[in-house]
Design a binder for this molecule. Structure first.
Ligand code: SF4
Length: 528
């Protein structure tokens, strides 16, 4: 549905801020693609764009793809911004630029919802999800687009039922410029891990769209040119297990109808390993990757952070179970926990070796506002607000030791030979369990083949000829070519290249150790 009953017409500029360079945005892979410039289409802002009154002209600009110009600001009557904590500086910069054109600026999304104080210059703060705050904002802008006399805070006391969410306005975004497609089925998570702000922001009882909404969104993503993979950005895909089971047959039918041109991936808790019926459905729907917040292989640490559910199945066994359904596991890891010991880094490297997980996002612990961790550390007087630091946590171990461990782990885990060996394992031990999609005209389309050829050319030239780890690359690539594993060669080489390059920056101290850190928070320039 859309906002209704609004008389006036307003021209709205929806601006999504730049990301700071990070492990999880894959920007070093972009030059190997056919013109990718950004990570994923921002669900929240595209959702708001779709909800605005149908007669309001809307421009959407993702500043990871191109910066808003003077002409964009001169065209607009009001600017809407959304983003996460990591984009805070860039959001405030957009506000400054819009004010230079006397434009009213509103900010919504997860960061302002958790921390309204971070955004003192904005005219409207939209706190919470799509709901009453959105209706109030639209009504106020309809009455007048002028700047209010003082900041107005609008809170979504009632959230719009997700079954009434419109399809995000993917048509306004340059979908082929994104590394991955994104889609959301549910919001919220039943667990309460100490460091996580999801239950506080979105609730513990997951709210849901209908399977029909999801297949309609997938249709629209395809129409808008998505290729490759679509990521379910749900906080926990199995937050409501019955709902996941309800959705999967619809995804299978959709894949059959559209010729399996897309692969899916999602985030879920590791205890999904106890649900073979869900895993079997995911395999049939062509899920290829699953992100699990393993956080640490240390059971004591998991208990301390209230993530006991990671131990419902022994971790290594759970990973092997997911692999046996053809799904590569991506893991989140946290260093700097209170339970860490001097040998924690070594244990992590042993875990990486044993699990054969290629991609692990290794972050330093950061206390996010509105989390139990924040409250505990505040009580213990262990929060440090210092933009020169990589984390706001006063660790139990000396700060420099924790940073040194992080850098050493990044450097060793992503040595080209080690990383490509882990991909070799996945290709030989995990991927054979994947659904082998039937040949289809959609998969064999000239568009798909051309894209593959362009990426192969880029990979061979930029990694195989110009790269500085070419011997390791060719050892890996020639095996793939000999076995006709072109798709696996492309997908693993793209991601591996980013990991190798980013980890080098990290181990030499050129990037932040925490995804959430404010240190060095210059907006990244998409790699050329
Ligand atoms: S399981 Fe994941 S989403 Fe849920 S509370 Fe824990 S970290 Fe957050």
């Amino acid at each position: 549905m859309r906002a209704e009953g609004i008389a006036n017409v307003r021209r709205i500029l929806c601006l999504f801020p730049r990301y700071t360079s990070s492990f999880g945005t894959f920007e070093y892979a972009y030059p190997l693609t056919d013109g990718v410039r950004a990570f994923m289409p921002p669900q929240g802002l595209l959702l708001i764009a779709a909800y605005l009154p149908a007669h309001w002209p809307v421009r959407f600009i993702d500043e990871n793809i191109r910066a808003a110009t003077a002409e964009d600001f001169e065209w607009a009557e009001a600017v809407l911004v959304s983003g996460m904590h990591v984009q805070r500086r860039q959001m405030n910069d957009i506000c400054r630029r819009a004010h230079a054109y006397d434009l009213t600026v509103a900010v919504g999304g997860p960061s302002v919802s958790a921390c309204p104080d971070y955004y003192p210059s904005f005219d409207y703060l939209h706190v919470g999800e799509l709901g009453t705050a959105t209706d109030q904002l639209i009504a106020r802008l309809s009455r007048t687009p002028s700047l209010p006399e003082q900041q107005v805070v609008l809170k979504s006391v009632e959230r719009l039922d997700m079954t009434r969410f419109p399809i995000p306005a993917y048509e306004l975004a340059e979908i082929p410029r994104y590394f991955l497609g994104s889609i959301q089925y549910s919001s919220g998570c039943p667990y309460q891990c100490e460091f996580c702000d999801i239950p506080g922001l979105y609730g513990r009882n997951p709210r849901l769209k209908t399977p029909q909404q999801i297949t309609a969104e997938l249709d629209k993503l395809l129409e808008c040119g998505i290729m490759g993979s679509v990521y379910f950005v749900d906080d926990n895909f199995i937050g409501n297990r019955k709902a996941a089971l309800d959705l999967l047959p619809h995804l299978v039918e959709w894949q059959k109808k559209t010729g399996y041109v897309l692969r899916f991936s999602c985030e879920a808790t590791l205890n999904i390993a106890k649900r073979p019926e869900i895993l079997a459905g995911m395999r049939e729907a062509y899920f290829a990757t699953i992100f699990c917040g393993i956080e640490t292989p240390d059971p004591v640490a998991l208990k301390a952070m209230h993530k006991d559910h990671n131990m419902m199945v022994p971790i290594m066994e759970a990973i092997q179970t997911l692999n046996s359904f053809g799904m590569e596991v991506v893991s989140g890891i946290i260093l700097g926990l209170d339970t860490d010991k001097p040998e924690t880094g070594q244990h992590l490297l042993e875990f990486i070796e044993a699990s054969q997980i290629p991609l692990l996002t290794i972050n330093l612990l950061q206390a996010l506002p509105k989390t139990p961790l924040w409250e505990r550390l505040e009580r213990e007087n262990r929060l440090i607000e210092d933009e020169g630091r990589d984390s706001n946590v006063d660790f139990r171990l000396p700060y420099d030791d924790v940073i040194t461990t992080w850098r050493a782990c990044m450097g060793r885990a992503y040595q080209p030979d080690k990383l490509l060996e882990r991909y070799e394992y996945q290709i030989t031990q995990t991927y054979p369990h994947r659904l082998q999609p039937p040949p289809s005209p959609e998969r064999a389309s000239w568009k798909n083949i051309k894209l593959g050829l362009i990426m192969l050319r880029n990979i061979f030239w930029k990694v195989g000829v110009l790269g500085d780890y070419k011997l390791h690359f060719w050892r890996f690539a020639l095996r793939r070519l000999a076995r006709g594993e072109i798709e696996y060669l492309i997908s693993s080489a793209l991601v591996a290249h980013h990991l190798i390059k980013f980890a080098r920056d990290a181990s030499s101290g050129h990037t932040n150790a925490s995804y959430y850190s404010l240190k060095l928070q210059q907006a990244s320039v998409p790699a050329e």
